[in-house]
Design a protein around this ligand. Sequence first.
Ligand code: NAD
Length: 489
Amino acid sequence: PTMAHSPALLVLENFIGGKFVPCSSYIDSYNPSTGDVYCRVPDSGKEEVEAAVKAAKDAFPIWSSKSPLERSQILNKLADLIEHDLEVFAQAESKDQGKTITFARTVDIPRAVHNFRFFASSVLHHITECTEMPTMGCVHYTSRAPVGVAGLISPWNLPLYLLTWKIAPAIACGNTVVAKPSEMTSVTAWMMCKLLEKAGVPPGVVNVVFGTGAKAGEALVCHPDVPLISFTGSTLTAQRITEKSAPHCKRLSLELGGKNPAIIFDDADLSRCIPTTVRSSFANQGEICLCTSRIFVQRGIYSEFLKRFVAEAKKWKTGNPSDPTIDVGALISKEHLEKVRNYVKKAQAEGARVLCGEGVDPLALPPGNQKGYFMLPTVIAEVKDESCCMQEEIFGPVTCVVAFDTEEEVVKRANGVKYGLAATVWSSNVGRVHRVAHRLQSGLVWTNCWLVRDLNLPFGGMKASGVGREGAKDSYEFFTEVKTITIKH
Ligand code: NAD
């Protein structure tokens, strides 16, 4: 379907063995803020994945035998080069994904730069274990080595941020990689490939194959020479990847969806809690796996909270993402926008109240953005816990607010979903904060804050939110194979 394309279209190419290679077929990529096709992405399949895996296999012996320091210097160089082009990357990410330029400038691209710097440093500081058995005359120690070709599959919400969170530890540990970004947001990964040679990344160490999950993604998951897959995306896709990789017994890291609760006790500092909870609900259009989507408020402050929360949410301006005063950009696609809107309709049909946003307030868009995929931050109250809006991941600018009475009750209700990724707890009672944090089924619990991350520590979800963790030590362990060696004198 390529007839009506203007010649100004951006055309991406796969990056295999250090070279850009065209593909025989392409898919359209849309600018979510205008609804126009502006880019064509290779529609790779088995053949392209085969070539990329071969290039990665060929590059492995030399790359894996380099010292950690040599690899670290290359990662730092790459970080510098991306940072040098930060503004160009931020513009591209905003155009490709629909996110605001401010978010891309302050979160996505700085974090991509930091991912390389962080792993360039952290990989130098691991120590292996050693034990002694004097009566047996033995010393045991562990040794770690890179695994081989890593398959990396990433989603569309934080494109370069999440892809580099995988590429950096994988190559820092001495693996070579074949990465498959989301077909909806491939541009910044392609731009990064242009910097690899200058950074000193040898050909074949980082290969990027563009295309759909069903074709390119699955070919990577099923390839016998790719022993590990690091995936970030939806729980449904993770189930499929688990099935498809089972015959090969692959090592999997799965970072999946969430249905994250915020629990707000009556002794919470609302002046901090309200702006942060508006941000945790609507940042990046609510398209962050860590976004809050169920807000439990203790009965005594429920009506005051709702009033102030809705007033704060209404301050968030929706519109052209390239305008630096805008807080909410466009959603990723027309289909996704429809899906998110349908959740709001279902909630209304079930008798919930929509307090602001979708269907309640007018959405005024600039002339150039009339066909973009925009939606106002939407707050829904009086939703039943069993409702799909309280159970399923919506992944848009929609949050539900409900009341609770006791600590015991709210822990049970917060845990009453299939997911377990992130939670926030707001209270000035330190004992309660600890108690509740321990009882929540959640890989991350933030109390009196949100999205404050120390990359040294494990990141990941429980239950349907994932398998495995990422972080300094966790990613190192995932991307290396450990061996126990015993020496007897
Ligand atoms: P998705 O599962 O549809 O796609 C993710 C990636 O997998 C894409 O690159 C896609 O092309 C690929 N893919 C799809 N089907 C595949 C298959 N059969 N085999 C191999 N690869 C396949 O997810 P999405 O819609 O792009 O992203 C949104 C989801 O990601 C949300 O559920 C969100 O919560 C989750 N997410 C999780 C985290 C986390 O760290 N836990 C971070 C960001 C996003």
